[in-house]
Design a protein around this ligand. Structure first.
Ligand code: AMP
Length: 602
């Protein structure tokens, strides 16, 4: 079987791993980083940038740099989560034709699936480069709390990236695999996963290599970014009080504040105090205004205390759902970048009455587990069977607008359940099936997954026809529903995907576009990178030229000036070869100046 890559498609960062030579290892991206920002930027001249290159230019291009779209995947624009996101995101969020949330950049709409696919394609390319072979098969992880629409949308993102998604697994389950738990003993673990945008707590039982998720709880809208936003608000308020300037309407200042807030938060995991310094943040009639503020770890902890407490409340709910006391948990695993925060480690230890296990890098655990699952599917790892559960109940709308649950929350997948329904009116020729997911008793309060009709029911008094409805959930947690009239044997089946997500034809179109633009996308990324390097080199060469002009000969001076001029003229060229040559020439000039500067010390 071909190589199977494991991908943690994260809200903030994504990570890629592969099972090779008996171990799972993280594949770094071409820049050498082990995680890649889940960010996509669109430049005014039509280039698309992905990953760190997108993050690096985010300050200068805030409205066209898209991040955290995982929070929107498979969700409607009018959902409360997306509405909340709309209030803080610097980019525009709108509705797709089917009401799903999408982003709008330079007048073009992009679904969260497409944005996810841009990131996945980049990871796939990293894997291909690293393994020096074509890669198609993948295991992708999702938060345990994702509903059916969100899982399907994630799988569609994989397809758009040209991947054959063999399996979608829950992030905490993947983490348990990464921690190597369960090979020969039995026990119960809690996986506490606090990342940039989502929080999950899962309680897993294991015995002789079999994992079973007993309960999953969480919040797809709670993570490190909420702490960053809180911290930004504190900085904005302080700045307003000091200068009378409200920074809310300044996108560039907001992006800089966001970066600085995140940096300070990360620093405070290792030091007790840090300084936030943003020179030239804005300007008013009196001239440029700078922001400078000291922040202590204690202050940060009080700013985000209720957010961490909210995660602990979810932990308690999950333990209750699993019918367990903290003492019955044999191991607590930490996953997600935010678990490096000392307060998180402290509070988790307090709640579970034990020190959490931190033997695997929390940024990488999920991807490593996905790679192990890939190894299992490829037949490279034996003896581990993975069982997940349904995160939210699944059922049908029945008379009176109620939801009748067929598969309860936390049922183990894969599973199948059949129930017999009947008509509610005399001579009813068809039944309407409305498939729902959620925990609320009224149909209208739950997520509508799909509607379909079973037609051709022979005339009969109400209550006589017998309609057999089967809900089947595969190992990916993806639902298909079959309805069969037992009298006529007429059958109707849907793979649930009707009210959300991309249509089959939209996926086909996007795949064709991706294929068509693959080469130009790659060239555009290379061009963008090359231009940035040239810009930097022009700047440093000009500076060192000013300082060392006296030590250079006339010929050298005119050669360097000509190279500089050529670089300035060529920077906007779309000819990759030309721009590469220009960079090479300019590098030679820069080296010449450096040689002269240091010749006395040789
Ligand atoms: P993830 O989604 O797992 O990649 O986690 C990303 C989140 O973790 C972001 O909000 C980061 O700011 C945060 N993070 C990463 N490293 C640290 C650290 N050392 N201390 C605190 N937060 C961190």
């Amino acid at each position: 079987m071909d190589k199977v890559i494991g991908i943690d498609l994260g809200t903030t960062n994504s990570c890629l791993a592969i099972f090779e030579g008996g171990v799972a290892q993280v594949i770094p991206n071409p820049e050498g980083s082990r995680t890649t920002p889940s960010m996509v930027a669109f430049t005014p001249d039509g280039q698309r940038l992905v990953g760190s290159i997108a993050k690096r230019q985010a300050v200068a291009n805030p409205t066209s740099t898209v991040f955290a779209t995982k929070r929107m995947i498979g969700r409607k624009l009018k959902s409360s989560e997306v509405q909340r996101m709309q209030m803080t995101a610097p980019y525009k969020i709108a509705a797709a034709d089917n009401g799903d949330a999408c982003v709008v950049v330079h007048g073009r709409r992009y679904t969260p699936q497409e944005i996810g696919a841009f990131v996945l394609r980049q990871l796939r390319e990293s894997a291909q480069e690293y393994l020096d072979q074509s890669v198609k098969d993948a295991v992708i992880t999702v938060p345990a709390y994702f509903d059916d629409a969100q899982r399907q949308a994630t799988r569609d993102a994989g397809r758009l990236a040209g991947l054959n998604v063999l399996r979608i697994i829950n992030e905490p389950t993947a983490a348990a695999l990464a921690y190597g738990i369960g090979a020969d003993a039995a026990g119960t673990i809690a996986v506490y996963d606090l990342g940039g945008g989502t929080f999950d707590i899962s309680i897993l039982e294991y015995s002789q290599g079999v994992f079973q998720v007993k309960a999953t709880h969480g919040d797809t809208f709670l993570g490190g970014e909420d702490i960053d936003v809180r911290l930004m608000d504190v900085l904005i308020e302080g700045f307003l009080a000091e200068t009378g300037i409200d920074l809310h309407s300044d996108p560039v200042a907001l992006q800089r504040l966001k970066d600085a807030a995140e940096r300070a938060k990360v620093e405070l995991s290792t030091v007790e105090e840090t300084e936030i310094s943003l020179p030239f943040l804005t300007a008013d009639a009196s001239g440029p205004r700078h922001l400078r503020r000291r922040l202590t770890r204690d202050e940060l902890e009080s700013i985000c205390q209720d957010l961490i407490e909210a995660t602990l409340a979810h932990c308690q709910d999950a333990m209750q759902a699993a019918g367990l006391q903290p003492q019955q948990i044999t191991d607590v695993l930490l996953v997600g970048g935010m678990t490096k925060m000392p307060m998180v480690q402290r509070e988790v230890a307090r709640l579970f009455q034990r020190q959490p296990n931190r033997s695997v890098n929390p940024d990488e655990a999920v991807a490593v587990g996905a790679a192990i699952q890939g190894g299992i599917l490829a037949g490279d790892v034996g003896q581990v069977l993975l069982l997940d559960v349904v995160p939210l109940s699944l059922g049908l709308e029945t008379s009176g607008g109620l939801m009748t649950k067929l598969i309860p929350r936390n049922a183990t997948v894969p599973c199948s359940l059949t129930e017999i329904f009947t008509t509610s009116e005399d001579y009813q020729p068809l039944v309407n099936l409305h498939i729902l997911q959620g925990e609320r008793p009224l149909a209208a309060d739950n997520t509508s997954l799909a509607r379909f009709e079973l037609v051709g029911i022979p005339p009969a008094l109400r209550g006589v026809p017998k309609i057999e409805v089967t809900f089947n959930i595969d190992a990916n947690g993806i639902l298909s529903v079959t309805a069969r009239d037992l009298g006529t044997r007429r059958e109707q089946q849907v793979r649930v995907r009707a009210t959300s997500g991309l249509t089959e034809s939209a996926i086909e179109r996007m795949l064709a576009e991706a294929e068509q633009y693959q080469d130009s996308d790659r060239i555009n990324v290379e061009l963008a990178d090359m231009r940035r390097r040239i810009q930097g080199l022009i700047y440093t060469t000009e500076r060192s030229l000013a300082e060392s002009a006296n030590y250079l000969t006339e010929t050298e001076l005119s050669q360097i000036r000509a190279d500089l001029e050529n670089a300035r003229r060529s920077i906007d060229s779309a000819d990759l070869y030309r721009i590469q040559q220009v960079l090479k020439e300019l590098e030679k000039s820069a080296f010449r100046i450096t040689e002269v500067m240091y010749k006395d010390f040789a």
